[in-house]
Ligand binder design. Structure first.
Ligand code: FAD
Ligand code: MLT
Ligand code: ZN
Length: 478
């Protein structure tokens, strides 16, 4: 049989499984699934399938396995590294969007079981309605889906208190590449029965199987929440303030985001907004304290800030008095992230982590090295400093040619990532590897780490149909 005849048979069988409506093959219908958020990668595929349930996923994977067709799982397609982009006409996108049900909430166990296609914001809302907090929270939460969050081990703004997606997960249901369903949907906080298989699929970016459902931890809803926008003299002062705030508040700091003035300025310029403080400062921390107790945090926060003012860790601060003011303060974070992404020409992004104590050194050394290579480069180092995670973004100098700046990305990546490596950090803190950072894996992971990853992949997906070409670079021959 010719390859194209085989593909036609395959597509017919695919339609039989999911139904004609849920199997897209026209260029127009497939288009949104073939590009990613930043439009850095344009993909191609034979079809986009949108299965309705685990059984359909299982039958689709068995069929793909039989025909040697690659499977690229996709959730909300908000991923930052191109992991959800299909790379060949012998690949399908498996979109989880129709699998968005809440299967169960177990209040006494404080868990929720949801299908992989559940949008993160809907999951948070379902938890809230049941009187709980599901704390994973990030900018893309209105579109990203929990299967994608788990597959990228997403971070976001509450990690320092509640952990990454991985720490919020208790059990998974996964369809393996050959179509077998592994039901690991246990809501256990203790389970030491051998290797923790579930953790292999978290952060695997779809290279080991399709996550179809998850059992997740729930937490008490915060009844007292205090938010402040705090001017600090330096990143070093911010890190000292974090330690002080954690200590004095009894570890009630649930968010600690570092914002540089330049990021804020570009945010105001391109997205609008207003500075809550009278004067201009170089650095800010957006700090949130939360507690399940109804009151008391306001006084604690004031105590922290007063001590900070006295010791020089704090220069000025605005505390939100109302929920609306709280939202305005969080908007400062949003415009710092968004204000330089599309409007200032060439952009080279980094998502790095270092030990929290090394954040000041990372900013100082990284900025100096980048400026030495190209004076005038605008360094927007912002984000989840409480987790040691910075989005170390580089914006072209004013007046520079955008493409010429973007062409420097390998050079700039090397400069930034080498410093990260020297500081014992990670070149991908929360966004993953996907296609974007695959070459960097060879440089920054040890041969042993890469070999073990390849062995795991070979054991679970010997035919290499799950999202091939992502995450793992080819093994170097020895
Ligand atoms: P997709 O983009 O669809 O897929 C991501 C990867 O997971 C791909 O490799 C895909 O193949 C795989 N995958 C998807 N679903 C499954 C499944 N069911 N089974 C197996 N593999 C699967 N990320 C953060 O971590 N922290 C942030 O603060 C943050 N902020 C963001 C802000 C904005 C404005 C945007 C647009 C994105 C942000 N992101 C952030 C990145 C992105 O939202 C996350 O990576 C998110 O977890 C991706 O989820 P998704 O459903 O969109 O996944
Ligand atoms: C953020 O924290 O705002 C995001 O992770 C940044 C990004 O998507 O680049
Ligand atoms: Zn982030």
């Amino acid at each position: 049989m010719t390859q194209s005849a085989d593909l036609e048979d395959f597509l017919a069988a695919l339609r039989d499984i999911v139904g004609r409506q849920a199997c897209l093959t026209s260029a127009d219908a497939m288009a949104p699934y073939l590009v990613e958020e930043r439009r850095l990668f344009q993909g191609e595929a034979a079809a986009v399938v949108r299965p309705a349930n685990t059984e359909e996923v299982s039958r689709v994977l068995a069929l793909c396995s039989e025909h040697g067709v690659a499977v690229v799982p996709q959730g909300g397609n908000t991923g930052a590294c191109g992991g959800g982009v299909p790379l060949s006409r012998r690949a399908i996108v498996l979109a989880t969007e129709r699998m968005d049900r809440i299967r169960a909430i177990d209040a006494d166990n404080a868990t929720i079981t949801v299908e992989a296609g559940c949008i993160l914001a809907n999951l948070q809302a379902a938890a809230r309605e049941a009187g709980f907090l599901f704390p994973l929270s990030l900018g893309g939460e209105g579109s990203c889906r929990i299967g994608g969050n788990l597959s990228t081990n997403a971070g976001g703004i509450n990690v320092l208190h509640y952990g990454n997606a991985r720490e919020l997960m208790l059990g998974l249901e996964v369809v393996l590449p050959d179509g077998r369903v592994w039901n690991g949907l246990r809501g256990l906080r203790k389970d030491n029965t051998g290797y923790a298989l579930k953790h292999l699929f978290v952060g695997a970016e779809g290279t080991l199987g399709v996550i179809t459902a998850a059992t997740l931890k729930l937490f008490p809803l915060p009844r007292d929440r205090q938010t402040a926008f705090v001017a600090v003299p330096s990143p070093q002062a911010a890190i000292e303030l974090l330690a002080h705030a954690r200590d004095v508040s009894g570890d009630s700091v649930t968010a600690f985001e570092l914002l540089p003035r330049i990021g804020l300025d570009l945010g105001f310029k391109n997205m609008g907004g207003r500075d809550p403080l009278q004067q201009v400062y170089s650095w800010y921390a957006l700090i949130e304290l939360s507690s399940a107790r109804p009151r008391g945090l306001r006084e604690v926060f004031e105590e922290i800030l007063e001590a900070g003012l006295e010791s020089g860790m704090v220069l000025d601060a605005a505390i939100a008095e109302t929920e609306e003011q709280r939202r305005e303060l969080w908007r400062l974070r949003e415009i710092t992230a968004g204000g330089h992404q599309h409007q200032e020409g060439g952009l080279i992004k980094h998502d790095i982590s270092v030990p929290v104590s090394a954040i000041p050194a990372m900013i100082e050394r990284g900025t100096a090295a980048v400026l030495e290579r190209l004076p005038g480069t605008r360094v927007i180092a912002f984000g989840h400093a409480g987790d040691g995670n910075l989005h170390f973004n580089l914006v072209q100098p004013v007046g520079h040619e955008a493409q010429a700046f973007f062409d420097l990305r390998d050079t700039m990546n090397r400069i930034v990532h080498d410093i990260v490596h020297e500081l014992d950090g990670s070149i991908s803190a929360e966004h993953g590897i996907g296609l974007l950072k695959i070459d960097e894996m060879t440089r920054y992971k040890t041969p042993l780490e890469l070999e073990l990853m390849h062995r795991i992949r070979q054991a679970i997906d010997p035919a290499n149909i799950m999202n091939p070409g992502k995450v793992l670079p080819p093994l170097r021959s020895r």
